[in-house]
Design a protein around this ligand. Structure first.
Ligand SMILES: Cc1cc2nc3c(=O)[nH]c(=O)nc-3n(C[C@H](O)[C@H](O)[C@H](O)COP(=O)(O)OP(=O)(O)OC[C@H]3O[C@@H](n4cnc5c(N)ncnc54)[C@H](O)[C@@H]3O)c2cc1C
Length: 256
């Protein structure tokens, strides 16, 4: 109900693609200039609508990767699913100068603003890093020193999105720690984790329960459910664990 009311007030707007940036072999960042953009909060998403020549329309949700400070430019990072309908077009066909129809920002639950404090625990699986990156970029732009830990699970090192930027952010802020796990392949000399997220890993990486971290988990539905259940098992307060699932569009997800 809340979603319908909220979307009722949102209008579709045209953004112009001003830059595209391959992030990994499967993911690309798309930066749009949106003159009518009302601003957003880190963690929110937009709906993107594609219209074919025969009028057929397809609509999908994409998290905003850029910080609020970068408005009216908005960056999305899309992972290509080979058998998908929308993501191959966004990652392979879209060019600088093209127009893209979108509406947003959407979602008021899975958001973090510097004044909300921390400590902050971010847990990402695959492209689930996108809204968490918006939070990290916002944290950096706002010069926040909120103690932050990111646990990021990828299939292989080549699949790590924003790898260089994460390194730079970590070097710049002593209050930011990044732990990586690679689930399928890891290079020689890899010092991070080499398995799926489990209780032992979260016990090592998460803040102690007594510090009452504010936690954001994002990724595929099974990943999010596993990570959230483990944190609750470890004693973290469910009310301080916020989740965003990258399930099929139209599926009900937290905060709506
Ligand atoms: C809030 C939110 C934020 C998101 N943010 C991002 C983001 O930042 N980046 C990102 O890359 N993605 C994000 N997503 C996921 C995104 O919305 C799309 O789901 C994704 O890009 C796939 O879309 P697609 O059209 O390419 O694939 P689809 O055509 O939707 O297909 C997706 C998968 O479902 C399977 N499938 C399709 N139809 C059926 C069917 N009838 N029966 C069985 N299986 C089927 C396909 O084989 C495919 O593997 C987000 C999702 C949500 C809900």
């Amino acid at each position: 109900m809340e979603r319908r009311t909220l979307l009722g007030r949102l209008i579709w707007q045209l953004g112009e693609v001003v830059a595209t940036q391959p992030e990994t072999a499967r993911t690309k960042s798309i930066t749009l200039n949106l003159p009518g953009w009302s601003g957003h909060r880190a963690g929110q998403h937009v709906d993107v609508r594609l219209t074919a020549e025969d009028g057929y329309q397809a609509q999908r949700s994409y998290s905003i990767a850029s910080s609020p400070e970068e408005a009216p430019r908005v960056t999305l990072t899309v992972e290509r699913l080979d058998d998908g309908e929308v993501s191959p077009y966004l990652t392979e066909e879209l060019r600088v100068g093209d127009k893209l129809e979108l509406r947003g920002p959407i979602g008021g639950y899975f958001v973090w603003e510097a004044e909300m404090g921390g400590p902050l625990l971010l847990v990402a699986g695959g492209s689930g890093i996108v809204p968490l990156m918006a939070m990290l970029r916002h944290r950096s732009a706002a010069e926040s020193t909120v103690a932050t830990r990111l646990l990021y699970s990828s299939r292989s090192l080549e699949d790590v999105i924003y790898r260089d930027e994460l390194d730079r952010l970590m070097k710049r802020s002593t209050m930011l720690e990044v732990a990586q796990t690679l689930t399928r392949a890891h290079p020689p000399g890899w010092t991070g984790y080499s398995r799926r997220i489990d209780l032992q890993m979260l016990r090592e990486v998460a803040w102690p329960v007594a510090q009452r971290p504010l936690t954001f988990i994002c990724g595929p539905t099974p990943f999010v459910e596993t990570a959230a259940a483990i944190l609750v098992e470890l004693g973290h307060e469910p009310a301080r664990i916020k989740t965003e699932r990258f399930g099929p569009t139209g599926e009900k997800h937290d905060g709506e």
